[in-house]
Design a protein around this ligand. Structure first.
Ligand code: MOS
Length: 725
């Protein structure tokens, strides 16, 4: 189905099952431990061996000698994989650095060997006996230093210039010129990257934990120089991703190569202390923002430049993208500068671009509101725009930002905020309120599904879509149930298998809208088949309560499959509505903090998010996404930081003991309000995404609340105690 005109009324609009806060259908499996994750596929194939990944001990240089004798002689060792015996490999399309390094090393903890043994403990033990000598080369590891040496706009992403920024800024009566920094961050999902691989002759099967089955399928086949038909990938349950599992990573490749070398199935989990340096991370940024406004509070000049670093072939952290769309202002300059760094590859982490970009922009907006003496909520409302500020005549499909802010302010008690920072005190606590705008674009990609109706009236959906803890199983079941007019318990959903139709996968908060739209498309076809089988007119047939009704006739749905199951498959493809309309999601984030006047301990006391993100397919799972994201935003504001050793070139705190994320005791009462919205330009589902929106802007709201509490403006994340004392 091609989607190129705004959606009209369709069966989803009945909202009998879609839009209901139903429980996760995979919930009971998850809590009983009956949903096997990749490393738990004990029954999938017999004779599984265990791999332990050896990571490079230097950031840049060459291996001069590798002594594997002691490791080979250790108990239980079956084989040791290195580039010496891996066979020829191509580089996957989506990997900047080789997943198996040697002799050339391009980043710290790059995998250089996989030790395979009968047991996990034996593999771990033997791996400690691998001796490696290196010739170390000097590398670049310090973003501030790289920036000082000067990097300009890259030709792939040139600056965007509208009007005359320099002149407008110089003439603006009120100006702000401030620089903000955001640190490297690691995804820290609960389940590490893990894979089990088994060969049958020239055919390979992999059970893994990956957000994008179709991408992994393509890249694994390419890397191993196999045809796609020779490779099958399954990723039915994913214990969190946040972008870490968008791409083929070392666990998948090494399990496949290791299994070929060992001649038996091999499973590999990346050890937790390896993940931060071995895989991708969110790259640090240095962001300079200049704002100019008239005394009336209207922005006349907006500039946002962002510096980040990456390995050869890696891309910039696009922290300026929201600044091109969020506020009106006639004179604009935005651009990214990419420095070469020899750290691990920087790549997508939840809301890449907007998440770090808003940490800077929304503090700058708070600072500007203060300079202007205007309430921060009113300042945003004053500078709202209903059109793309860079491309006039191009409207937002929906933009309820003002409603988000007004409802948020009313619901949170914003009028209790003292405009004078540092003036509200409760005993030893300084109390402050802060807010920020949340913004994230709505992306779409084609997405396919297959649906089958059997003689029992059971509807089975198959798509390679993944559920990374987000609720995909449930909203896909809701979609099929709504379309086919059956109860939720009559629907079976099977996900995460490359033998199913390719979906858009779980990324960029596009998964919910696009994968359900693919299921919708397949169901439209299945309804036609059903109507035909029952001799009814498809155009006026009503599917409800397990029955199909047309005119005077009412026939059980299952009758259509009496002589054999009916199967339909389709893919939703998107036309140019994304070009004609700017599709984005919006939020108002409100936070109350208390800061200990003596120790500077920060406690977040209350959080509220008001979101406008199209139709909410399941308010319960959507709310879970948003409160999880708000928690992550709290972490980004106060805790999360990969500390770079700028001499040796690696992230020092590379485990969950050293990399701090919020725990339950850090998280206060969180409230989420979804505005009523349907976006007919996004898909037949009229939905958009919330999983990343929930994060965007949260950290800035915390920073602004801290300023309101203390009068201290921190522009350097995370806001740890030392920066407040
Ligand atoms: Mo998201 S960073 O595209 O998983």
């Amino acid at each position: 189905m091609r989607f190129d005109t705004p959606a009209t009324t369709n069966p989803i609009d009945r909202l009998r099952i879609i839009g209901q806060p139903v429980d996760r259908i995979d919930g009971p499996l998850k809590v009983r431990g009956a949903a096997p994750y990749a490393y738990e596929q004990h029954e999938a194939v017999p004779n599984q061996a265990y791999g332990w990944v050896v990571g490079a001990g230097i950031a840049k240089g060459r291996i001069t000698r590798m002594d594997l004798d002691a490791a080979h002689a250790a108990p239980g060792v079956i084989a040791i994989l290195t580039t010496e015996n891996a066979g020829p490999l191509d580089k996957g399309k989506r990997n900047a650095a080789p997943l198996l390094g040697g002799p050339e090393i391009t980043h710290y903890h790059q995998a250089i060997a996989l030790v395979i043994a009968e047991s996990f403990e034996q593999a771990r033990d033997a791996a400690q006996r691998v001796q490696v000598a290196y010739a170390v080369e000097e590398g670049a590891f310090d973003l501030a230093e790289a920036k000082a040496e000067g990097v300009g706009p890259s030709k792939d992403s040139p600056d965007s210039k509208i009007g005359d920024f320099a002149k407008a800024f110089a003439e603006a009566p009120v100006q702000l010129d401030a620089t903000y920094t955001t640190p490297d961050q690691t995804h820290a999902m609960m389940e590490p990257h893990a894979s089990l691989a088994a060969w049958d002759g020239e055919s390979l099967e992999v059970w893994t934990s990956n957000q994008m089955v179709a991408w992994a399928h393509q890249d694994l086949a390419k890397t191993l120089r196999l045809k796609k038909e020779q490779v099958r990938i399954r990723s039915p349950y994913v214990g969190g991703g946040f972008g870490a599992k968008l791409f083929l990573r070392a666990d998948i490749l090494l399990a496949a190569l290791g299994a070929r070398l060992a001649g038996r199935p091999v499973k590999v989990a990346l050890q937790r202390p390896l993940i931060a340096n071995n895989t991708t991370h969110r790259a640090a940024t240095i962001q300079r923002i200049r704002l100019g406004a008239g005394r009336d509070g209207r922005l006349t000049a907006i500039a946002h430049e962002s510096w980040s670093g990456n390995v050869e072939g890696g891309e910039e952290e696009n922290a300026i993208q929201q600044t091109r769309l969020l506020y009106a202002g006639a004179n604009r300059l935005t651009g990214t500068r990419l420095a070469h760094l020899d750290l691990a590859e920087g790549n997508a982490m939840r809301a890449p671009g907007e998440a770090p970009g808003l940490l800077a922009l929304e503090v700058a907006m708070d600072e500007m509101a203060e300079k202007l003496g205007i309430d921060p909520v009113e300042f945003r409302i004053l500078n709202d725009t209903q059109e793309d500020p860079e491309k006039p005549d191009r409207p937002f499909s929906q933009r309820q930002l003002i409603e988000c802010l007004r409802q948020g302010a009313a619901g949170f008690g914003w009028d209790q905020r003292s405009a004078q920072p540092g003036t509200r005190r409760e005993g030893r606590w300084l109390v402050g309120l802060g807010m920020a705008v949340g913004f994230r674009n709505n992306l779409v990609d084609k997405s396919g599904a297959r649906v089958r109706l059997d003689g029992e009236g059971i509807v089975t959906v198959e798509t390679d879509m993944t559920d990374i803890g987000t609720g995909s199983y449930t909203i896909i079941a809701q979609t099929a149930a709504e379309m086919m007019g059956v109860a939720l318990d009559r629907v079976v959903v099977r996900l995460g298998d490359s033998s199913f139709p390719a979906s858009a996968g779980s990324g960029g908060q596009w998964g919910a809208n696009t994968s359900t739209a693919g299921v919708y498309a397949a169901c439209v076809k299945l309804r036609e088949q059903v109507a035909q089988a029952l001799g009814l007119n498809a155009s006026d047939a009503d599917f409800a309560d397990g029955m199909v009704r047309s005119g005077e006739r009412s026939i059980p749905l299952a009758d259509a499959a009496r002589d054999g199951a009916l199967t339909a498959e389709d893919t939703i493809e998107f036309g140019d509505l994304q070009k004609r309309f700017q599709q984005s999601t919006f939020a108002g984030h409100f936070v109350e903090v208390a800061v200990d006047a003596a120790t500077a301990e920060v406690r977040v006391r209350r959080m509220l998010a008001v979101c406008a993100a199209g139709r909410i397919l399941n308010p319960k799972s959507a709310r879970s996404q948003v409160i999880g994201a708000m928690t992550m935003g709290l972490g980004a504001a106060l805790m999360e930081e990969l500390a770079v050793d700028t001499r040796q070139g690696f992230f020092v705190n590379h485990d969950l003991a050293g990399y701090e994320v919020p725990v339950h005791a850090d998280v206060p009462r969180q409230e989420v309000i979804f505005l009523d919205e349907v976006d007919p330009t996004s898909s037949p589902m009229k939905a958009k995404g919330v999983g990343e929106l929930g994060l965007c802007g949260v950290g800035a709201a915390v920073a602004n609340a801290i300023h309101n509490a203390t009068g201290i403006r921190v522009r350097d994340y995370p806001i740890t105690l030392d920066k407040l004392l």
